[in-house]
Design a protein around this ligand. Sequence first.
Ligand code: CU
Length: 154
Amino acid sequence: MSRQIAFITALLLAVSPALAGGVEVSQPWSRATVRGASVAAGYMTIDNQGGAADTLKGGVTDRAERVEIHQSREEGGIMTMRAVPKGVEIKPGKQLVLKPGGYHLMIIGLKSAFLPGETVHVTLQFEKAGDVGADLKVVGFGANGPEGTKPAEK
Ligand SMILES: [Cu+2]
């Protein structure tokens, strides 16, 4: 790749949201963790702009041992969560919002704490779009959404 093309590519990557195989990831974020914490959650909005359904199957990050997809739900006034090993399908033209109280990435076996202001790179794995990178912006402990933006709503 020539230097000029590399520069233009870098520029395009800098200005466009991550778009791969019709899947667009926006506003990826996470909360800071206390030292010694073993898990963190990842949140984001995923739009399927392709012509076919795709499935978010999981992810990987070098900051933790593994990444699972979880779903939180309230049952009898108690918030519980469960792993969703088969993944979550996103129909064409639809949006999947990972947010507190709903679907989220569960980042398990943290190798170091998530610090406010840093970004944590996660590679999402989609059935059709393949690997799609997302840089989780780490916000403060009590935050309910990425700083400076409202949590995405459907
Ligand atoms: Cu979870």
